[in-house]
Ligand binder design. Structure first.
Ligand SMILES: [Zn+2]
Length: 187
């Protein structure tokens, strides 16, 4: 109820701004997916998966989905040579409390990412009854973070906070495309 009133208020405010023509306002229903000032040196990284076979397949499905966008490539590396580690944890407490997945950017050089670590939190995923498809969406979201995407308020974005049901949207693809056409440090 209060949420509905809030969005009505937002819409009224937007209408007023547009009618005065003060600033260009993007449609709030399809807002751009935000991204970090940091990025990888290229729109391509090597990865290694260290996970049970179920989550390995989840990660591979998410990688296929991002690679199919044509804007970024995850390429298989090795245990010795990789930039991104895709792994799992059974922890449910501390920083993992009620999270389905988490991404750590673990290395930087001159503003560029050099190392990233992605975790699917398998016990939380099963406790909250995430289906295989739900888990692929979580992996797509975390891979989005590993590329430099941030949380979106667009209800269709894969980067929605706590995303479970959204796949990769056209706004998400556009954000990756723009992120890797802009220099590091630029938004
Ligand atoms: Zn997130």
């Amino acid at each position: 109820m209060s949420k509905k009133r809030h969005s009505l208020l937002v819409r009224l405010v937007l209408t007023v701004i547009i009618s005065f023509g003060l600033i260009p306002v993007v449609n709030a229903q399809a807002s751009a997916t935000p991204f970090s000032r940091s990025r990888w040196p290229r729109a391509q990284v090597t990865y290694v998966i260290q996970a049970p076979s179920y989550q390995r397949n989840v990660y591979l499905a998410a990688i296929r989905a991002w690679n199919a966008t044509g804007q970024f490539r995850f390429v298989q590396g090795s245990n010795a040579h990789h930039q991104v580690i895709l792994t799992t944890s059974t922890s449910t407490t501390g920083q993992f409390y009620r999270l389905s997945g988490i991404t750590f950017q673990t290395g930087y050089h001159n503003g560029y990412y050099t190392q990233s670590r992605v975790l699917l939190l398998t016990r939380n995923l099963s406790n909250f009854r995430y289906s295989y498809t739900d888990q692929v969406h979580v992996a797509e979201h975390e891979l989005g973070h590993s590329m430099g995407l941030q949380h979106s308020r667009d209800r269709h974005s894969v980067m929605l906070n706590n995303n479970r049901y959204n796949g990769i949207s056209s706004a998400d693809i556009a954000a990756v495309r723009l992120r890797y056409r802009l220099a590091v440090g630029r938004l």
